[in-house]
Design a protein. Structure first.
Lengths: 343, 343
DNA sequence: GTTAGCACTCTTTTAAGTCGAGTGCTAACT
DNA sequence: AGTTAGCACTCGACTTAAAAGAGTGCTAAC
């Protein structure tokens, strides 16, 4: 659908004004905001046509126009000027995510917290997917006579630990056996290769040692499960209250939706594009009917590994927020790549 | 301040009715809720006196009475029947906090989440204070040619890890030296004994090895700092919206207050009593002017170690929530004690 | 194709009036 | 002295009416 240049100008102005004020915008307001030398009547005509095309709508007969989801979409796809980020903003973002020697979880948690503060939206991020991760290292740290702590380190830098309780007193030969099993059967193994079937054949192959080793092996398997699960980091839920009246659903429902990480991670994972903007109903979830999501993927070693995004009202400031999310996400990707390659 | 038995009965009825409905309660309503055989006029007289004493107040001239903070206080201290918990509730709580082989952090996070769901309030918990914790174990896990991961385990079950980057390539003698230092200088040491002064004397005593060992030692010190810092676990922020109109401050301010863990941990730490109820302005923080906090301490090995609490409107249901918080907190204490002693 | 003008629509604001819950007070009663 | 019925009074909540204001759509002229 091609629009005349003037229509585009008007649509852009409506979107931008509405984003800024939250008020329906009328023909006169538009006139002063626009550098076009036409009368308000002309603008009214144009707006009527834009409304007929589905880009604008009226809350009620005698109010100004507000963009429809399609209007926003057209604006984001064709009209929005993607001005490059200000250097000061860049530096601000850099300062916001830099964390020395931190774990991936900590970096991502910090990133969503910071992004939320910066954008006044709720922000989410997911930890790197465990899909292509392998087991890099497993350590056993004895703690008591029958207990020890197993520490698992993945190729994506995730570290998980778990207390493991043996059925008999520990001794050095057991520990040695455990390390042998680790070496022969776990190290370098993709996380998602560890399922009950492979575990069973492994246990079967251990013969007499099986009984004493089972707690260790199953602990490792549980750790692998945990390490594979992508976690959702949430930040700035309180910002939802900032634009309360813009979210169609009640603020409560939205917050509740965010709290359950599951749908969020689905939301973020479903998008294939490098940077994705979902406007209103474009999201599958009805709780997000009146919300927009701006999300980007970060890469580790060039591999698409996880996402960072913000959730705001549909009248979110796309033009300035999209570059910010993009920049921050790239930065986090670099940071994570760097952290992991130093290991 | 001693109140006549009838006044107490009336005060209790007002408090309980207001807690239940949120509406100011008048003399006639009270009459039917009370098993006293007096007229509404008598009740009015009594209520007027209770108001003069500062236990009740009127939102406006022609409305019923609501309790003042002093009224709630008197109710909580003298009137509230502390009926023992229902067995079904107990079992529910037990199911809510039980988590096998979990870290203290996970247990506490789960506990506040569960408590929030159960009480419809926001819930908080703090991780065990590092005050009396000692270093139980330190492990070095080599990961790259110059990097490794240091894992620190405290006597309170906290596990922290950090990447450590050496200035020169790692070799086994360095690692051995590190373990010697750990053994002689760190193991068993209280976390709060590790300050820059002791570190400096330690480094000084190492002579020629100082240079290569500094990254390791300082990583250990950072880990100790981290392990000592009590963390605040937050749950059920969205519940704040449930009683939005009851919180004097805006919901936003309150959520924002919760988000910064610092004041919360101060709040919880400041109370010395085993179980503490702070009503409205009794809290130092102005964001909590119209909120009540019910908090309890959990003990590990009989030692007061951390707190769990809920934050709700002043018209929170003290009588039934206090025992719940108490029970859950005790349970968590037992669980943590058990988890730690098994190690 | 553009524009001035104007009637029309619909929300928001303001004002006024009514209703009702609940009180405080007085005077009588036990 | 304590209790109670009765009643005037207060003040918010709700209803209705009217006025104001913003903005449109349409028509007719340019």
């Amino acid at each position: 659908m091609e629009l005349s240049q003037r229509k585009e100008k008007i649509l852009a102005a409506v979107v931008e004004h509405y984003i800024k004020t939250g008020e329906p915008v009328g023909s006169k307001t538009l006139l002063s905001a626009l550098d076009i030398t036409v009368s308000s009547a002309t603008i009214r005509n144009e707006m009527a046509e834009l409304a007929a095309l589905g880009y604008l709508e009226q809350p009620h007969t005698s109010a100004g126009r507000i963009p429809t989801n399609e209007g926003y979409r057209y604006y984001v796809d064709n009209l929005m000027g993607v001005r490059p980020l200000d250097d000061s903003v860049k530096r601000q973002i850099e300062a916001g995510v830099s964390l020395k020697n931190a774990s991936p979880e900590a970096i991502l948690a910090k990133a969503s917290e910071f992004l939320a503060d910066m954008t006044d939206c709720a922000a989410v991020s997911t930890t790197p997917s465990g899909e292509n991760a392998t087991i890099k290292r497993i350590e056993f740290v004895p703690v008591g006579t029958r207990t020890g702590m197993i520490v698992l380190l993945t190729s994506t830098g995730v570290i998980k630990s778990k207390v493991c309780r043996s059925d008999v007193d520990l001794n050095s030969s057991m520990i040695e056996k455990f390390y042998n099993i680790v070496k022969s059967s776990f190290l370098g193994l993709p996380l998602d290769d560890i399922d009950t079937a492979t575990l069973q054949t492994l246990v079967a192959s251990m013969g007499a040692d099986a009984l004493t080793m089972i707690p260790f092996v199953s602990a490792v398997s549980e750790l692998a499960q945990e390490a594979m699960r992508t976690m959702v980091m949430l930040g700035g839920q309180s910002n939802i209250l900032r634009y309360r009246e813009d979210y169609g659903t009640t603020a409560y429902e939205l917050m509740d939706f965010l709290r359950r990480g599951e749908p969020i991670s689905q939301l973020l994972a479903n998008s294939k594009a490098d940077l994705d903007v979902k406007i209103g109903g474009e999201n599958k979830f009805k709780q997000l009917e009146n919300s927009s999501v701006i999300m980007a993927h970060y890469n580790i070693d060039g591999d698409n590994r996880g996402s960072i995004g913000i959730i705001g009202p549909t009248r979110i400031d796309y033009a300035s927020l999209i570059p910010s999310v993009r920049y921050l996400t790239d930065l986090v990707g670099e940071l994570l790549t760097q952290t992991l390659n130093e290991d």
